[in-house]
Write a protein that binds this ligand. Structure first.
Ligand code: SF4
Length: 305
């Protein structure tokens, strides 16, 4: 075998080894076959000195790493595992107020009654809703514990509420009292009760969207002052407004929602329960969800209202 053959054998072997390293044919690597001069003669024609050398397989550039990766889909990068958040406990619920939406500073508990009183005075002088102002006897800002763990939010004052300036004191209010005391085992003065509008809509109609827009800021400020741990929304207008949804009550109730980070339950309005007593069992289930979360023992009280 002359020197040319030996050089060609060496080059072909290097080329085959290079292809095998790059995994071009994805075949398992095995021993390379012996290369004979006749194989080379048939695969690589000898060049004549008279002709310019023809490009052969050994003259082609080596495959680059980038070339082989271009034909193989890159593996997705693994993200580092996210740390597991600690379970929510009553002690950590306060941190939920750090979520966007409640930007007001926390008012110390001892200053909250005065902050609510000042806000009630502002409400009493409000004239944003022409129709409601013309119709009202009193504004009804809300009442209760200024540091309540639980806040009830209804829709708007009725006739008795308008006459007295107090929320939920008519027939529906009596049922709400029963839900709070007989159902949940709390006292009315333990909770805070308010509405999304502070003036009575005529003929007990639902408040108009513009009236809700005018008034909702007062409720938001009350919530920011009181910082309740839990909200209970009574009826469709309150639930749809605070949860910013048009879902029907049947789909809103019976599960936990959040309003600006505050764990929230929506349930039927007491006035609806007076007209539809069979729905009381739903409300009792909703109250039990609240009681469980608040750590209130659930006894057989025969239903909320
Ligand atoms: S309903 Fe609210 S916004 Fe409208 S006039 Fe009464 S307090 Fe003002």
């Amino acid at each position: 075998m002359d020197a040319d053959h030996q050089r060609l054998i060496r080059q072909v072997r290097q080329r085959l080894e290079s292809l095998a390293r790059a995994g071009v044919d994805r075949a398992p690597l095995g021993p390379l076959p012996a290369i004979t001069p006749s194989m080379i003669a048939s695969a690589v024609p000898r060049t004549s000195r008279a002709e310019p050398p023809r490009a052969s397989v050994v003259d082609q550039p080596e495959p680059q790493e980038a070339d082989s990766s271009a034909t193989v889909a890159p593996l997705p990068r693994r993200r580092p595992a996210a740390p597991t958040p600690p379970p929510a406990t009553p002690a950590t619920i306060g941190s939920l107020f750090d979520e966007p939406g409640i930007s007001e500073p926390v008012i110390p508990p001892e200053e909250r009654p005065e902050a609510l009183r000042v806000l009630a005075e502002e409400i009493a002088s409000c004239v944003r809703c022409e129709v409601l102002c013309a119709n009202r006897t009193n504004t009804v800002p809300g009442e209760g514990n200024a540091s309540a763990r639980l806040m009830f939010v209804g829709e708007g004052p009725g006739q008795t509420e308008d006459e007295t300036g107090r929320p939920f004191v008519g027939k529906a209010g009596k049922l709400l009292d029963d839900m709070i005391t007989k159902g949940m085992g709390l006292r009315r003065q333990d909770v805070f009760i308010a509405n999304i509008v502070k003036c009575r809509p005529p003929n007990n109609r639902d408040p108009e969207p513009e009236e809700v827009r005018n008034c909702i800021g007062y409720l938001e400020r009350q919530i920011a002052i009181i910082r309740p741990e839990f909200l209970c929304l009574l009826g469709k207008p309150a639930a749809q407004t605070l949860l910013n949804t048009s879902m029907p009550m049947g789909r809103l109730r019976g599960k936990w929602q959040r309003y600006k980070g505050i764990p929230t339950i929506a349930t039927w309005h007491p006035a609806y329960l007076l007209r539809n007593p069979s729905a009381k069992k739903d409300t009792w289930e909703d109250l039990q969800m609240l009681m469980k979360a608040m750590g209130i023992p659930i006894q057989k009280r025969g239903g909320g209202g």
